[in-house]
Design a binder for this molecule. Structure first.
Ligand code: PLP
Length: 486
């Protein structure tokens, strides 16, 4: 391509033919990724030194041929990232994604839709309202008064929720306000609490029980004690489910406490919320409709590419009364009240058109396909549990819950010490990750190092899991031989 000597470079343009060739080449790369990712290895590992030597360079003042830059990125940058949509990407929360949404994101970026205010993009705002209404209905929130906003992710949705909760429950003085969450709640909640200026003394981390659910008795006792001390308990954050184990806190009981105590009920459903689309998930999520605010994260289990998170609220006025500011330069575009300016419902002014990918993928595949995919994921984790329970080599630490299962290598009659078990399981993970064949890392539950699988990729098969477990068993055997000195 001619960017090298193009006199129009200062206009940042290419000829139509060049754009076409460039675009098709990129589409071919993406197609190849969708077609062949299963044959690649999901793990990328590189040190800072390696990346420095590969990528560090001075500021490029002069142009370079477009193809050269693209080839460099495709050869050196993209392969040095984990493939989170790989069927053997079991760790953290995988990002299965889908092609329709990838293309929708391309449209949103290609047309550079400003999704901040009604006047700039009425149809984008309307699509955000429409898809938000679908989510409100799915989660049993009122569609008439309820509302919400798409955010960059779950962290931003939690932050938006807590700013709103504080404004509604405490007004401007929150010096005596206290907030409650379990020791299994996601770290983004603590981050948000700190970001909005609460002191450590205002945060109550409540212990969990043997099933990793928030302990209701301890929660009630601490709230009562705080009241006696003249503090203002204003918000409980429940998890549905936790990222570690998929555990859902007792939502109805927490809703009762919030009602009795006039507290805000926030549910962090960033990981597990989508499970409401499966009948066995819906049962576990009973009470989710009683939240004042609910975080869900479409770029996790609604199969969207990054970034899209979502906050739902019972009353959309809570968002507008919290986030509306009226600078002079936005006067002319305020519009009437039914015409929502999403910049008034959250933190961002300029926003990308996130609703589009959610809208297009739901319409194209149909919600029933999402239901089937999520049901498949939940069942797959249960089948994995059955498989592990049948083996004398493995022990279940936390049973399959919302497509997450935690387990460890612990062969019966070997009488290995806790230390040895921790060591072996840590090593299994290290070896499998170093082989790059599967992304399977550990977590810590009740003081034990365990392996954790999060199975929300609808293209992961039981065969993928069996293969990985077989590899794990071989690595473990090798270590046992080393330990026993044979
Ligand atoms: C992933 C996750 C978050 C954070 O969401 P991001 O999209 O990563 O910002 C919050 N809470 C829970 C329970 C999560 O699993």
């Amino acid at each position: 391509m001619t960017t090298k000597n193009n006199p129009d470079n200062h206009k940042l343009t290419l000829s139509k033919e060049e754009m076409q060739r460039y675009g098709y080449k990129i589409i071919d790369h993406i197609l190849d990724h969708f077609e062949n990712q299963n044959n690649k290895k999901p793990v990328a590992q590189a040190s800072r030194e390696e990346m420095d030597s590969l990528l560090t360079e001075g500021i490029p003042n002069k142009p370079s041929p477009a193809n050269e830059v693209l080839d460099f990125v495709m050869d050196q940058v993209i392969p040095n990232s984990n493939i989170v949509s790989h069927p053997k990407s079991f760790s953290f929360v995988p990002g299965p994604s889908n092609y329709i949404s990838v293309m929708a994101d391309t449209i949103a970026t290609g047309f550079n839709i400003f999704s901040g205010g009604w006047a700039a993009s009425p149809a984008a705002a309307e699509l955000e309202i429409v898809t938000m209404n679908w989510l409100l209905e799915i989660f049993g929130f009122p569609t008439k008064n309820g509302g919400g906003i798409f955010t960059s992710g779950g962290s931003m949705a939690n932050l938006t929720a807590l700013v709103t909760a504080r404004r509604i429950k405490c007004g401007s003085d929150f010096s005596k306000a206290t907030i409650y969450l379990s020791d299994q709640a996601h770290s983004s909640n603590i981050k948000a609490i700190k970001v909005i200026g609460f002191k450590k003394e205002q945060i109550r981390i409540i212990p969990t029980d043997m099933e990793f659910k928030i302990s209701l008795n301890k929660l009630k006792n601490i709230i009562a004690r705080d009241r006696l001390e003249g503090l203002q308990p204003f918000c409980i954050i429940a998890s549905a489910g936790t990222t570690n184990t998929g555990t859902v806190d007792p939502l109805n009981e927490i809703a009762d406490i919030c009602e009795n105590e006039d507290m805000w009920f926030h549910i962090d459903g960033a990981y597990g919320g989508a499970a409401i689309l499966a009948s066995n998930g819906k049962r576990l999520l009973k009470g989710i409709e009683r939240a004042d605010s609910l975080t869900v994260d479409p770029h996790k289990w609604f199969f969207q590419p990054y970034e899209i998170g979502c906050l739902l609220v019972k009353n959309h006025n809570w968002l507008s009364s919290t986030f509306s500011e009226k600078p002079e330069y936005l006067r002319d575009i305020e519009g009437n009240e039914s015409e929502i300016n999403f910049y008034d419902h959250g933190i961002q002014l300029t926003r990308r058109f996130r609703a589009l990918k959610f809208y297009m993928s739901l319409k194209t595949f149909g919600l029933d396909s999402f239901r089937k995919a999520i049901t498949y994921n939940i069942n797959l984790a249960e089948q994995t549990e059955t498989l592990l329970r049948r083996s004398i080599l493995w022990e279940i630490t936390s049973p399959a819950t919302l497509a997450i299962i935690n387990f460890r290598y612990n062969p019966i009659r070997q009488n290995l010490s806790e230390e040895e078990l921790d060591h072996i399981n840590q090593n299994i993970s290290q070896k499998i990750v170093n082989s790059k064949e599967a992304l399977l890392v550990t977590t810590v539950l009740q003081g034990q190092i365990v392996l954790r699988m999060c199975l929300i990729n609808p293209r992961t098969t039981l065969e993928d899991i069996k293969n990985t477990l077989n590899k794990c068993e071989i690595y473990a055997q090798e270590q046992l031989l080393e330990v026993s000195g044979l």
